[in-house]
Structures are given as structure tokens and as C-alpha cells.
Design a protein. Structure first.
Length: 351
């Protein structure tokens, strides 16, 4: 191939990433994205808008339960692209909330690893993974005397911690983490396991300041120091450390949850073709790299994770070693009775 042909080929390749194929002229050039706040890079979304003319309106949720509630009433909202955790995919598919992905229109799905695409029921046909990480503990090393290394220290807190703890705002995450704390498997917990979890959470309750996930903001309780320990996602802890250098993240010695976040197209999308174009754009390697760098999470593409800046790639809070993950597992339990137990326990202790 001559030099001119090579240049033209490279230009065509770049254009294919930045300029998706034409959607129906009847589709509005506005996409509503439902996601966590401070999660998907605004610069990446802005670049898509500049190259396509399709405006993106972000909407935010603070917990998986809040996202579910928003989707129940989405006749008025008509979200187009939804950030969803792995366990919810099959439920959303069965309820008819998300579309089967048109993989011909989303060719960049090839860039994410098969192990994540197939990690949850329905994921390979109805969603595309973007990040994975761990759920652990963030604490203020500059405000507590004893380093925190375990769930037990949060669940049976010392006087130093009592009243200054935040637990998460989601039943699956809170109860799932405490299942690991009592030595249970997330795949097949027993009724006795749930009794142990409930007993621990009830006894801990007087020492809990709030049942909400901490947020990446300068006025967050962990950042300002009114809370000194909190159940936290690993990437959020890294970003909060930029605001409060005394924050440390720990993967508890009892183990914990490995989570994966996916993007799915809503069945009620007003612009499903544009939504597919945006999804494929976000799955391009360069965009995956920008998003992982912004959010400070490991990418669902191992190739992209290896390209992270050295300070992120070498940070084992962000990219854990196999030894660190030894007692961690994905929560794939879809048993209805198990879900009811988790919800019942969480409602009882958080209200």
C-alpha cells in the first residue's frame, strides 16, 4: 500500500470511530444517559457531540435501587443509554427494560474482554462492560489511631469509629459484603448466614451515621472528616483522596465483592440507533482509556488497563493483584428468596 493510500485508510478508520452511521431522520438528536455522577468522562461525551451533533443529557442515580425506581417510571423520562450493574442485566432483560444489542452497529464491543461480557446472565446479548472494581473500605488514616484492615472493625466499631461510619446505600452491596465478613459464599448463602448478617448489622446500627455511599465531592462527609470510615468503591476512594490526602482504601482481609458495570440501551429509547452509535463510540479503545483514566477504575479491556498511566496501572487499589482478589468474588446470586432476605434486612436496618 502506498503512502497516500495508507493515509486515506487511517483517516477512514478514525472517521469510522468518530462518525457513526446515519440514524433514522425521525430520531431526536438528543440522548439521555442514566449513570452514576462523576463516572463517565464529560470530555469523552463532549467529543461525541462535537463529531456527531448528538447532544447528551446526563441523569444521575445514587444507588441501584434508585436507578430501578427511575426505570419503573421511565415512560416520562425515556432514557436511552443506562449504566447497569452486572446482576441487574438479566432482570432488566426479562422485564423488557433493555434491548438486545445490534452488534453489527456496535462493532467496538470486540474491544472488551470476553470474561466480562459473559460474567453475568444476559450480558453478552444485552449489555457491554466498561469498568470493573472492588467494594471495600475507605477511611481517614489521618483521623483515626488504628489502621482499618477488616469488615469486623466497621461491624463491631471501637469508640473511635462509633457514630462516624457510613455504610452503603444498596441492599445487595451492604448485605453481600457482610456475608463475606461472616465467611459465607455469595453464590449460595444459607438462612443461617443471613441471620448472622442481620445480627451484626442490627448491633452496628447505633454507630452508623448514614446508609448512603460516599460521593466524589468536596463536601462529602468522608472528605470533610465528619465520617472517618465508609463502605466505598475503590475508584471513588482514589478520587476522594485528591481532595483529602488522608483517605486510604483497603480491601478487607475477609474478602468482598468484585463488581462490573455495563451500558445497555433502554427498550424505551427515543433514539436507539444513536444510542447504539454512542455505545460503540465509548467502546473504542481510546475512549475506554480516557474513561478509565478519568474514573480511576480498571477497564473491562485488559489491553486498555495495561495502557493506563503508570500511577494508575501500578496502583493495586485500582488494579488489584491476584493475591488481593483471593477472597473476593462476583455476586451472581439470582435466587429470589435470597434477594428477599437481603432487601428485608437492609430495609430493617436502614430505615
Amino acid at each position: 500500500m502506498n503512502k497516500r493510500a495508507t493515509i486515506l485508510a487511517l483517516f477512514a478508520s478514525a472517521f469510522a470511530i468518530l462518525a457513526p452511521t446515519s440514524a433514522s431522520s425521525s430520531e431526536p438528536k438528543v440522548l439521555r444517559l442514566l449513570t452514576w455522577e462523576e463516572y463517565i468522562s464529560p470530555a469523552v461525551l463532549a467529543q461525541f457531540t462535537r463529531s456527531t451533533g448528538v447532544k447528551i443529557e446526563p441523569y444521575y442515580f445514587n444507588s441501584d435501587g434508585e436507578r430501578d425506581a427511575l426505570l419503573v417510571g421511565q415512560d416520562d423520562a425515556n432514557y436511552d443509554l443506562i449504566l447497569v450493574n452486572g446482576l441487574a442485566i438479566d432482570s432488566y432483560r426479562r422485564r423488557g427494560w433493555i434491548r438486545t444489542l445490534d452488534l453489527q452497529r456496535i462493532p467496538n464491543v470486540k474491544n472488551v474482554d470476553t470474561k466480562w461480557r459473559q460474567s453475568f446472565a444476559g450480558a453478552d446479548t444485552h449489555a457491554a462492560p466498561i469498568f470493573w472494581g472492588t467494594l471495600g473500605i475507605a477511611y481517614r488514616a489521618d483521623l483515626v489511631k488504628t489502621p482499618i484492615t477488616s469488615w469486623a472493625q466497621l461491624l463491631q466499631p471501637s469508640k473511635e469509629l462509633c457514630g462516624r461510619i457510613n455504610m452503603g446505600g444498596d441492599a445487595r452491596d451492604v448485605v453481600g459484603s457482610v456475608l463475606k465478613a461472616v465467611g459465607a459464599s455469595l453464590r449460595a448463602p444459607t438462612l443461617q448466614d443471613y441471620r448472622k448478617v442481620e445480627s451484626l448489622l442490627r448491633s452496628q446500627k447505633p454507630c452508623v451515621a448514614d446508609y448512603e455511599f460516599v460521593g466524589v465531592s468536596e463536601d462529602d462527609p468522608l472528605v470533610i472528616g465528619s465520617v472517618v470510615a465508609a463502605m466505598t468503591y475503590n475508584g471513588d476512594a482514589q478520587r476522594m483522596r485528591e481532595m483529602a490526602p488522608g483517605i486510604r482504601f483497603v480491601m478487607p482481609k475477609e474478602g468482598g465483592i468484585i463488581w462490573t458495570d455495563f451500558l445497555a440501551i433502554s427498550s424505551k429509547s427515543r433514539a436507539p440507533q444513536y444510542a447504539a452509535d454512542l455505545l460503540s463510540y465509548l467502546l473504542a479503545e481510546e475512549q475506554l482509556l480516557k474513561m478509565a483514566t478519568y474514573a480511576q477504575y480498571a477497564s473491562a479491556s485488559e489491553r486498555v488497563t495495561r495502557r493506563l498511566p503508570a500511577e494508575l496501572r501500578g496502583n493495586h487499589d485500582i488494579v488489584p493483584t491476584a493475591a488481593q482478589l483471593l477472597n473476593f468474588e462476583m455476586d451472581t446470586d439470582t435466587d429470589i428468596q435470597s434477594a428477599r432476605q437481603r432487601n428485608r434486612i437492609f430495609v430493617a436496618i436502614s430505615r
